[in-house]
Design a protein around this ligand. Structure first.
Ligand code: FE2
Ligand code: FE2
Length: 147
């Protein structure tokens, strides 16, 4: 499987999770519940962003430089992580919900940009064989992670 298809499939899972969060958050009453939803997002997002940073961004580095986007994509991972971390420091449920919703919106925008700019660029520039090999590497890393 191509690495770009792996990442697109992961995005689809995130969109479902984000839909769920947006649906339940208005009736979530405790800070602990908001923080626990945040932990779910963090634990799924960490390996996804790591795959993009380690496996995917490196072979494409020169292209990002050309379109002036290299910093943007990595920085957005850092910014989203920092926003999610803020939820854990919130002391009021209303504030925690607002921060979490902001991070969800930022993630959706980030994914949309990756799907519109980064993945098609990778598919244009990298050879089909390279995209499949990166997909294989992802599968192997996953296999080690679940052992
Ligand atoms: Fe990303
Ligand atoms: Fe992504």
């Amino acid at each position: 499987m191509k690495i770009t298809d792996v990442l697109r499939a992961e995005h689809a899972v995130f969109h479902n999770l984000f839909d769920h969060i947006e649906a339940v958050l208005p009736r979530t009453r405790t800070l602990a519940e908001v923080k626990s939803l945040t932990t779910v997002v963090e634990s799924l997002l960490a390996p996804h962003s790591k795959t993009e940073d380690n496996l995917f961004m490196e072979p494409l580095e020169h292209c990002f430089d050309q379109i002036g986007q290299k910093e943007t994509f990595h920085d957005e991972h850092v910014i989203i992580d920092a926003e999610l971390a803020k939820v854990h420091r919130a002391r009021e449920v209303k504030a925690a919900k607002k921060i979490l919703l902001g991070a969800v919106t930022a993630s959706r925008k980030h994914f949309e940009k990756e799907e519109r700019i980064v993945f098609p660029m990778a598919e244009r520039i990298l050879k089909a064989k390279t995209l499949s090999e990166l997909g294989e590497t992802w599968l192997k890393r996953r296999a080690i992670a679940v052992k």
